[in-house]
Design a protein around this ligand. Structure first.
Ligand code: HPA
Length: 272
C-alpha cells in the first residue's frame, strides 16, 4: 500500500485549491537548476513556498521557490519551481511534504528535472538524459525513520517504463536527441573529485548530480509514477578542461532546458 498524503499535505492542498481552483492536477513537475523559467509559462497562480506552511526552504540560486498550478499545453499541472536539496538541511526527506502535496492535489505521476554532470564523452554539455535508473551514493535515504512497512519500497523499475516511453516518443517527435542512462546521487554541495568520477564510471554511472534520487524514492513511497530528465551542464570532474562551478551550471543549463521544454510540451500535448 502506498503511503497516503499526511494531514499536513491535505491542509496544504485545501489552501492551494482556494487559490488555484479545485480541479485535480494531472501531473506534478519539479524543476531543477536553470529550469525555473518553465514555471512562468503555466497559466495559473504562483504561490511562494513561504506561504505554504511546512514547505522547505529552497534557497539555491537558479531556483524559483514557488508552486505554480494551472494549464500548460492544455494540461492542468502543478509545478514546483524550486527544490530543496539534501545538502541544504541535511534532511534527505526535505521534499516529502511538497511531493505529498502534489499527490493530494490529484497528481498520479511526477516528472523530475535536474542539472547534472556527464560521465560520457558522447553526452556533452547541452545534452538531455532520461534516467533509466539511479545509484544512491549519498549514504542516506529519505525513508529512514518511517515507522511502517511501507518503507520497504521496491525500486525495480522505479523510473517508470511507461512514462519513459512517452518521453522517448515526445523527444523523437521533436527531433531532440534523448540520451538514457544511470544517474548517481552524491550529496554535494562540493562537486566530485576526478577520482570519485573515475570510480562511479566503473560502477555504471552515466551522469552525476546532487538531487532527484530522494525524490524518486519518496514518489514511489507515495505511489506516484515517476520519471526524471537531466540537463547536462558540464562534463564531470576530470573529464574536460571546462571549469566546474554553480555559476557555470546556471549559465549552461539553458542549452538543455530548451530541449527539455520542447519534450515536455510535446509529451503533455500528446496526453502524458
Ligand atoms: N556534479 C554534481 N552535480 C552537478 C554537476 C556535477 O558535475 N553538474 C551539475 N550538477
Amino acid at each position: 500500500m502506498p503511503a497516503l498524503p499526511s494531514p499536513a499535505a491535505r491542509d496544504l492542498a485545501a489552501l492551494v485549491r482556494e487559490r488555484a481552483g479545485a480541479d485535480p492536477v494531472r501531473l506534478g513537475l519539479v524543476l531543477g537548476s536553470g529550469l525555473g523559467h518553465i514555471a512562468e509559462q503555466v497559466e495559473g497562480p504562483a504561490i511562494p513556498y513561504t506561504e505554504l506552511p511546512g514547505f522547505p526552504h529552497a534557497g539555491v540560486s537558479g531556483h524559483n521557490p514557488r508552486l505554480h498550478v494551472g494549464l500548460w499545453e492544455g494540461a492542468r499541472i502543478a509545478v514546483l519551481g524550486g527544490r530543496s536539496h539534501f545538502y541544504e538541511s541535511g534532511n534527505p526527506a526535505a521534499m516529502r511534504l511538497p511531493l505529498e502535496l502534489l499527490a493530494a492535489l490529484g497528481a498520479r505521476a511526477v516528472l523530475l528535472t535536474n542539472a547534472a554532470g556527464s560521465l560520457r564523452p558522447d553526452m556533452p554539455t547541452g545534452s538531455v538524459m532520461l534516467l533509466s535508473d539511479h545509484i544512491n551514493l549519498a549514504g542516506t535515504n529519505p525513508l529512514i525513520g518511517e515507522a511502517t512497512d511501507d518503507r520497504f519500497v521496491p525500486l525495480t523499475d522505479a523510473h517508470d517504463p511507461g512514462l519513459r516511453a512517452r518521453l522517448r516518443d515526445a523527444a523523437a517527435a521533436e527531433g531532440v536527441h534523448l540520451h538514457e542512462g544511470v544517474y548517481a546521487w552524491w550529496s554535494g554541495p562540493s562537486f566530485e573529485t576526478p577520482a570519485e568520477i573515475r570510480m562511479i564510471r566503473t560502477l555504471g554511472a552515466d551522469a552525476v548530480g546532487m538531487s532527484t534520487v530522494p525524490e524518486v524514492i519518496l514518489a514511489r513511497f507515495l505511489g506516484l509514477r515517476v520519471a526524471a530528465l537531466s540537463a547536462v551542464t558540464n562534463m564531470a570532474a576530470g573529464l574536460s578542461s571546462e571549469a566546474i562551478s554553480h555559476e557555470h551550471t546556471k549559465a549552461t543549463a539553458p542549452l538543455a532546458a530548451a530541449k527539455i521544454e520542447r519534450v515536455l510540451r510535446r509529451a503533455l500535448r500528446d496526453g502524458l
